[in-house]
Structures are given as structure tokens and as C-alpha cells.
Design a binder for this molecule. Structure first.
Ligand SMILES: [Zn+2]
Length: 74
């Protein structure tokens, strides 16, 4: 049986295998149209690190709990 597991996404931080609980929505105005959203996933531990990285570049638009994000996506 294949493990179909869309409910267990993994944190985007390098080397991290934790389950993601946050979605960081970001946009690079040099590459993306304003309404476009790229997303990174983050576990509890890396949320701050990843959002600081995006925030420092002015890319960060939104930080949303993963459950909320996937609910809004449907
Ligand atoms: Zn992580």
C-alpha cells in the first residue's frame, strides 16, 4: 500500500525532517507578479529562522498555520 500522506508535509529548512506546521507565503517582486505566492513549510522550530530569512529580503507576505492554509486552499 502506498503511503498517501498529504497530511504530513515536511519542513523546508535544510536538513530538517520535522512535520511542517506553518506555511510561509512569500513573493520576490523581481521574479514574481505581486499576487503570486511561493510557499515554504516550517516546523515549530524553524518558523522563526525561515521567516527572518524571507523578512530580511522583504519577501515575506504571510505566516499561516498549515491546517488553515490547506483548508483555505480547497
Ligand atoms: Zn524544521
Amino acid at each position: 500500500m502506498l503511503p498517501e500522506d498529504p497530511g504530513s508535509p515536511i519542513c523546508s529548512a535544510k536538513g530538517c525532517r520535522e512535520a511542517a506546521v506553518w506555511v510561509l507565503a512569500w513573493n520576490n517582486p523581481k521574479l514574481h507578479t505581486p499576487e503570486r505566492r511561493k510557499t515554504w513549510l516550517a516546523c515549530e522550530e524553524h518558523r522563526e529562522h525561515l521567516s527572518a530569512f524571507l523578512g530580511a529580503r522583504g519577501f515575506l507576505k504571510d505566516v499561516v498555520p498549515f491546517a488553515e492554509w490547506s483548508a483555505a486552499d480547497r
